[in-house]
Design a protein around this ligand. Structure first.
Ligand SMILES: [Zn+2]
Ligand SMILES: [Zn+2]
Length: 187
């Protein structure tokens, strides 16, 4: 039983790497620089790389005895919203990728689980899962527009930056103010 995912990789997909011109001789190297469009949902709930935005791949593909080691960096822009005030955030994300992809039917392929070592499909490598993991780890789970963002007033929803320093909702309702005065006269 092959352990590979049955999904057939598309060699033209932006994050599928073709190793046809990389000799299967340990030590053989190939540099891969490419700008591709980011796939959908690349990120976490509050921040991520917008779909279609540029992803800069700067990778090294190296033949090892049982597969190909992919290493390098992927750089992209990230957009999201502040976890405290919901203001838009423009950020960038740089991740390091280092992942081994085993040749089909190699000993590594036969003896390891798919979540330990990546798998090649013929000459093709699907970089997307590893890239997703790396991007998710690199992005903040609680992004902030700035370190000390004070957030919003919970009563009126206005940003504390836009409110006077003494802003408060503790003011006594004028009708109750009248009552308290009444109480005082009775004493
Ligand atoms: Zn904020
Ligand atoms: Zn308020």
């Amino acid at each position: 039983m092959p352990k590979h995912s049955p999904r057939q990789l598309d060699p033209r997909a932006p994050l599928v790497l073709d190793t046809r011109d990389l000799p299967r001789r340990p030590g053989a190297l190939r540099e891969l620089r490419r700008v591709v469009a980011a796939p959908a949902d690349l990120g976490v709930e509050l921040i991520g790389v917008p779909e279609g935005a540029d992803l800069d791949l700067d990778l090294r593909l190296q033949s090892v005895s049982e597969g190909v080691l992919v290493s390098g960096t992927v750089t992209g822009s990230a957009r999201g919203e502040c976890g405290r005030c919901l203001r838009e955030i423009d950020d960038s994300v740089v991740v390091n990728v280092q992942e081994l992809y085993a040749y089909e039917d190699s000993t590594t392929d036969e003896t390891t689980d798919e979540d330990e070592v990546g798998r090649m499909q013929g000459d093709l490598i699907d970089l997307e899962p590893a890239l997703r993991d790396a991007v998710v780890l690199a992005l903040p789970t609680n992004p902030l527009c700035r370190e000390d963002c004070p957030g919003l007033c919970p009563e009126c929803g206005v940003h504390w930056d836009d409110l006077p320093a003494d802003h408060s909702h503790q003011q006594i309702d004028p009708r109750w103010a009248g009552l308290s005065q009444l109480n005082r006269t009775e004493e």
